[in-house]
Design a protein around this ligand. Structure first.
Ligand SMILES: Nc1ncnc2c1ncn2[C@@H]1O[C@H](COP(=O)(O)OP(=O)(O)OP(=O)(O)O)[C@@H](O)[C@H]1O
Ligand SMILES: [Mg+2]
Length: 216
């Protein structure tokens, strides 16, 4: 495996905090903004990201979108990455919302593990439960950089203490949260349609044109 390839695993053991969304948007940023070569790998049986990639592929020509190379697998992730990862600048992996063998395997080869949670008690608890598994992975994969990111944060200023409090609890069991928070925004859901990222939203003019077309 090329030492230059970064493998970003977006994981955790809680359903629904936004792993797939964040994996897709990170991959999108790297492809569209940073102009890197990116492979998007879905290791979750729900195939959320794999299907999003398929949608993107079918709309890519019409919408003039650059495209990712992508794949789906639920076993043999180490072998797969040792054969394929060095073809890309980045591999972004979307893991399922539960502790699985394939996610543990991915932790052994990833360079970065990003754990999205909502600033809520159940999400924080799920992280505490994962801590031992992450520590074990770091015994073998010493260079694995682990960070928590707060997602779907409430944007009202009077709710800020919830976010700060959640980060403080994470730190009590040694998990570092990123300074950057992601807020609850409809744009993530809107962008998902047609396999877009938030970096490729249609302009107001394009939306007008499309509406006109639909009327005729
Ligand atoms: N920052 C955000 N603001 C608003 N909606 C969001 C945000 N992040 C994620 N969502 C929405 O939350 C829902 C769940 O997100 P997503 O599917 O990415 O979660 P997940 O962690 O991958 O879930 P699963 O554990 O089932 O794989 C989706 O409808 C998504 O659009
Ligand atoms: Mg998902």
């Amino acid at each position: 495996m090329s030492s230059n390839t970064k493998i970003i695993l977006v994981g955790g053991s809680k359903g629904g905090p936004g792993k797939s969304t964040i994996a897709q948007q990170i991959a999108g940023y790297l492809l569209v903004k940073a102009k890197k070569t990116v492979h998007l790998l879905d290791i979750d049986a729900q195939k959320t990201t794999y299907q999003w990639c398929q949608d993107r592929t079918s709309f890519a020509a019409d919408l003039k979108l650059d495209n990712f190379s992508f794949n789906y697998l639920t076993e043999g992730v180490m072998d797969y990455l040792s054969e394929n990862a060095n073809k890309y600048d980045y591999v972004v992996i979307d893991a399922g919302g539960f502790d699985s063998e394939v996610q543990r395997e991915a932790m052994l080869v990833a360079t970065h593990l990003l754990l999205p949670i909502r600033p809520k008690r159940r999400d924080i608890r799920s992280l505490a439960a994962l801590d031992g598994i992450v520590e074990k992975a770091q015994i073998i994969n010493e260079n694995l950089l682990v960070r928590v990111v707060m997602n779907q944060c409430p944007s009202l200023p009077n709710q800020a203490t919830r976010i700060i409090g959640a980060k403080e609890i994470c730190e009590t069991f040694g998990m570092i949260a990123l300074d950057t928070n992601l807020y609850a925004r409809n744009v993530y859901d809107d962008a998902e349609e047609a396999g877009r990222t938030i970096f490729e939203l249609p302009t107001a003019n394009a939306i007008k044109k499309q509406k006109k077309k639909l009327k005729h």
